[in-house]
Design a protein around this ligand. Structure first.
Ligand code: T4K
Length: 405
């Protein structure tokens, strides 16, 4: 545990950015991996080495797929090397081409997975309140080139599945989801994983459940699952029988061993993240100009993302100044997914995107701060982070003057 418990911030001069001692003795990262039971993981690794079966649909991958399908409430799970390859294979298996509508406020892999295979991502506006793709804006972007809709359950909260499904149905195009943040979450009481034609999870080190690197596509569609299984293994249907175009998207046994080990602790990680979220909610409730993105009651979440939006006119500091203040305290807050995919290369440099105007995305991307959670953080540490933000708000003119010098 890296929390330094000694430093309370009760005055301006306590702030590290104004010369005080940092609140934490070691850096608190956003995305510190959940590691789980090391012995259980190493026992599985030994088993893999003893068995001398390292990849290509080994027994741990198969078991991991069964457990993820169960959690997602789907008939099939196809484990992959990472979430990006899973997105690429899923969109290709669905036959998407031409244009696909995606939110611009997402990790750039959502867009790149399309562009990588010559599909044009059409960037869509989001809802200011939820940060999710806006179904009305999707509807307005559909034309004769549109082959699908790729919704994103950003921050692990389900986006407006029903409204998106209605748009997709009306236009007769497939709907799929980037559920990379949303393992273990529900929407309308039903597990995320079973919506649209398929959904994609990421098990990157920074995700709620990691397989070091990894991803998966879940679906109820047996034919689609079979196609994706071929695609992730070069199109091989037998030892020397290639029946499909394919790539190498396979998950290896060590990754699956990590995933299985962490699944055993999943509920503990979820409870710990929820405890942290509730502590942040209490701490930040009275900080002017700081709004915590809420996880509304009635659904299940993994609470992996603690997301703030800063109103600089009220808080007194810009988002980037707020991050500087936190980093001086060893709280390595991050700005995600800044500045939005439409403002990143290659998209921002392409004439097709020159006229894209997404004011809500721009505004949200300019104001979001993500804070650390997971086992490295506890309510006492969160109280320290609350102190920092309270003092920063109270003494904002002095802090701003120092930072703008
Ligand atoms: N769709 C969405 C919506 C996504 O969010 C993502 C991935 C994808 C698709 C694609 O899935 P993958 O192909 O990645 O499976 C991270 C991750 O690299 C990325 O997986 C993730 N989304 C994205 C939201 O965040 P960065 O730039 O924040 O990662 P990185 O590597 O700088 O790590 C962040 C912090 O975590 C570091 O400051 C330190 C800590 N860390 C990281 C690693 C890797 C550790 O403490 N230990 C570690 O092993 O992108």
């Amino acid at each position: 545990m890296t929390v330094a418990r000694t430093i309370r911030k009760t005055s301006a001069s306590d702030l590290a950015v104004l010369g005080g001692t940092p609140a934490f003795t070691a850096p608190l990262h956003v995305g510190r991996p959940n590691v789980g039971n090391t012995e259980a993981f190493l026992a599985r690794v030994k088993d893999i080495l003893d068995r001398e079966w390292l990849t290509n649909n080994g027994p741990y991958v198969t078991e991991f797929e069964e457990k993820i399908a169960e959690l997602a409430g789907t008939k099939h799970c196809v484990a992959m090397a990472n979430g990006t390859v899973a997105l690429e294979i899923a969109t290709r298996a669905l036959g998407l081409r031409g244009e696909v509508i995606v939110p611009a406020f997402t990790f750039v892999a959502t867009a790149h997975a399309l562009m990588w295979q010559g599909i044009r991502p059409v960037f869509c506006e989001i809802d200011k309140r939820t940060h999710h793709i806006d179904p009305d804006a999707v509807d307005a972007l559909i034309n004769q080139h549109t082959s699908g809709i790729l919704g994103v359950h950003l921050w692990g909260r389900g986006c407006r599945v029903d409204a998106l499904a209605a748009v997709a149905r009306r236009h007769g195009i497939p709907l799929m989801f980037d559920a990379c943040h949303a393992l273990g979450a529900t929407w309308g009481g039903k597990a995320i994983g079973g919506f649209g034609r398929c959904e994609v999870f990421s098990f990157h080190a920074t995700k709620f459940l990691n397989t070091l690197e990894g991803g998966a596509v879940v679906t109820d569609d047996a034919e689609l699952a079979e196609k994706m299984r071929l695609m992730r293994n070069f199109g091989f249907a037998g030892e020397d029988r290639v029946v499909h175009l394919g790539t190498n998207g396979k998950m290896n046994e060590i990754s699956a061993a990590m995933g299985l080990t962490l699944l055993e602790d999943r509920e503990n990680f979820q409870r710990l993240n929820e405890r942290n979220y509730l502590a942040y909610r209490e701490e930040l409730a009275a900080v002017p100009g700081v709004e915590l993105l809420q996880y509304p009651a009635g659904e299940r979440y993994n609470y992996q993302y603690i997301v703030l939006t800063i109103d600089e006119n009220v808080f007194g500091l810009t988002r980037d100044e707020t991050i500087t203040v936190l980093r001086a305290e060893n709280v390595l807050a991050r700005r995600y997914f800044y500045p939005g995919c439409h403002r990143m290369k290659p998209y921002s440099a392409m004439h097709e995107y020159a006229h894209v105007r997404l004011p809500v995305t721009d505004d949200v991307a300019r104001r979001v701060v993500v804070l650390p959670t997971g086992p490295q953080v506890d309510p006492e540490g969160i109280a320290r982070i609350g102190d920092v933000l309270r003092q920063a708000a109270r003494h904002a003119p002095r802090v701003a003057a120092q930072l703008r010098q």
